[in-house]
Structure formats: C-alpha cells, structure tokens
Design a protein. Structure first.
Length: 228
C-alpha cells in the first residue's frame, strides 16, 4: 500500500483526514498509534519528530506529510479521487481554506481545551481557561450560524475540505458545549454532515473508543449505535 495514515480512531483531527480519504475513495493503510506503548511511540517519533497525529506516509513518493490541512491538500494534488475537496477557482479555494482554519482554530482548539481541563485533577483545573474556551465556542457558533444561512455547505457549492474540518469539530464541541437548541442553521448543517457515508464510517470506527472520552456520558444516543 502506497499511503499509510498514522492516526487514532478517537482523535478529532484524525477524523478530519479520515473523512477526506473516505470521500476521495483513496486506498490507504491505517495504523493506530499507541503513544502509551514504548516501542510504538519510538517508531512513530522516528517518523515524525513532533509526535503529533495524524501523519501521512507516502512510500511511492518518499514523503512524510504532517498537519491535517496539508495532508488533505497533498492527497488532492497527488491522489485526486471521486470527490474534489478543493475547488479549482482560486477565490473559492481561499474561502475553503479560511473556513477550514476557523473550524480548526476556533472550534477544535477551544473544545480540546475544555476536554483537557476535564481530564485534570481537581487541584490542577483552570476554570478561567475553560471559561475562555467556552466563550470562544459561543462566538464561533454565532459566526457559523450567520454564515450557514441559506447555505448547504460551509464554503464551496459542494462538500469540501472545510466540511471535513467541520465534522469532528462540531461533533465533539456539540457534546461539551451544545449548540442545537439555539443555532438552527448550524444544527441542520451538522445533520447534513453526519448523514454522509464517510462520516458514518469514521464515527463507527471511533465508537469502540468513546468510553475513553471524558464527556462520554454526554454523547448523544444516536451516535452510540449504528444508524438504521
């Protein structure tokens, strides 16, 4: 297999790349990284010094590709498939990149800060940082609600890299800071996202690991079983 993705089924940024690969119909080998295993961890750090997942290894081209957006653009450039994830028009591509970054920076990152704070022991918690993360999420939700008025997808006329970024960001953020009740455009958009086969496949692969998620008791019931 030419392409190997080093990832973990529970990791939100890994979901972003997995969805892109499944949308694209790209053949790849998926290696689950266990950083708690000394040998596996050493092998992964030898591949990518910073030790962050996901990482794509392309043996055919001799390339190791980190960072989710770069991985998706690399796939688009060298292994274009059935679903174009970046439009050909330069202005439209820039718009996709903008909303991709908004999901990563203003939804994923504050969500992860809230999750990290939940993991800390009582004496190590940072209520101010958690409150700031919640405020950032609320601001992002307002921005997205306005953006999605009259739109099917967040950036392009078709499903794009920005929507790949949206899925895991909104999936986990919606658990730690629910948005459905007062953001109807955003909620409807999320429902369109999770109806896609690529997303259902990614969530099905993550399901056995949901017990490890600190907010596992708050995961909506519809995500705990295979869709009918």
């Amino acid at each position: 297999m030419t392409l190997t993705l080093y990832s973990h089924p529970l990791a939100s940024f890994c979901h972003k790349v997995l969805i892109a690969l499944y949308e694209n119909g790209t053949p790849f080998r998926n290696v689950v990284v266990d950083l708690g295993d000394r040998k596996a961890s050493a092998e992964f750090f030898a591949l990518w010094t910073l030790g962050k997942i996901p990482v794509l290894r392309d043996d055919r081209r001799g390339q190791t590709v980190p960072e989710t957006s770069i991985i998706i653009e690399y796939i688009e450039q060298h292994y274009a498939g059935q679903q174009a994830l970046l439009p050909s028009d330069e202005a439209a591509r820039l718009d996709v990149r903008l909303w991709d970054r908004i999901f990563d920076l203003y939804v994923q990152e504050p969500m992860q800060a809230i999750v990290a704070d939940r993991r800390r022991s009582e004496g190590e918690k940072d209520p101010l940082a958690a409150a700031q993360a919640q405020a950032t999420l609320r601001s992002a939700y307002e921005l997205l609600e306005e953006r999605l008025s009259g739109r099917t997808w967040i950036a392009a006329d078709a499903f794009s890299m920005a929507d790949c970024a949206a899925v895991p960001a909104l999936f986990y953020a919606g658990i730690v800071a629910p948005f459905a009740d007062d953001h109807p455009n955003l909620a409807a958009y999320f429902d369109r996202l999770v109806a896609r086969a690529s997303v259902q496949r990614t969530l099905a692969e993550a399901r056995p690991y949901f017990a490890l998620f600190p907010f596992k008791a708050d995961i909506p019931a519809r995500f705990l079983v295979d869709p009918a």
